[in-house]
Ligand binder design. Structure first.
Ligand code: FES
Length: 169
């Protein structure tokens, strides 16, 4: 995470959290949307974030940790620009997820322009079993993925990241 402190996170998110919390019947049910806000703002959810959210919502910090550690959509360590989440549950496994996982591991282990760009997670069912195998790239679903589609996708992401870097320079 950045050098954000509990105080700076609270200050930055206070009004959005208040708005989000007003939509839920209990403060506990507002933890998940609050974690999403924090992740959008800071990228990584860590101990500082748990404490800030607990204080903002006036709930025990352990409740925040429980939600953050249960759902794979929350990043609790530094992630690459693209978080690849490959479903390895039954339908996806039967449709070739194992081969895709191996391809991804090999691609990411090799030297190349992708270094530091990707983080890979094997995850449980993403709820799109009829389109297996399924890969999430950040918040986007890539369905019916094949090794050939995967290769094209990785190359496109690498080009996109390079263009973004060049645009920012
Ligand atoms: S088993 Fe992969 S999306 Fe459900």
């Amino acid at each position: 995470m950045s050098a954000a402190t509990v105080a700076t996170i609270k200050q930055a998110l206070a009004s959005q959290v208040q708005e989000a919390a007003a939509r839920y019947p209990t403060k506990r049910s507002a933890i998940m949307p609050t974690l999403e806000l924090a992740q959008q703002a800071y990228g990584v959810i860590d101990g500082t974030t748990y404490q800030a959210i607990a204080e903002l919502l006036d709930v025990p910090e352990i409740w925040v940790f429980e939600v953050a550690s249960f759902y794979t959509l929350f990043d609790r360590k530094e992630m690459g620009r693209y978080h690849l989440q490959l479903c390895t549950n039954v339908s996806c496994m039967l449709a070739g997820a194992e081969e895709l996982l191996e391809e991804l591991r090999m691609h990411l282990a090799a030297e190349g322009p992708h270094e530091g760009l990707f983080s890979l997670s094997a995850v449980e069912c993403l709820g799109a079993c009829d389109k297996a195998p399924v890969l999430m790239v950040n918040a986007d679903y890539i369905e019916d993925i094949t090794p050939a589609k995967l290769e094209v996708l990785l190359a496109a992401l690498e080009r996109e990241a390079k263009a973004a870097e060049e645009g920012a320079a």
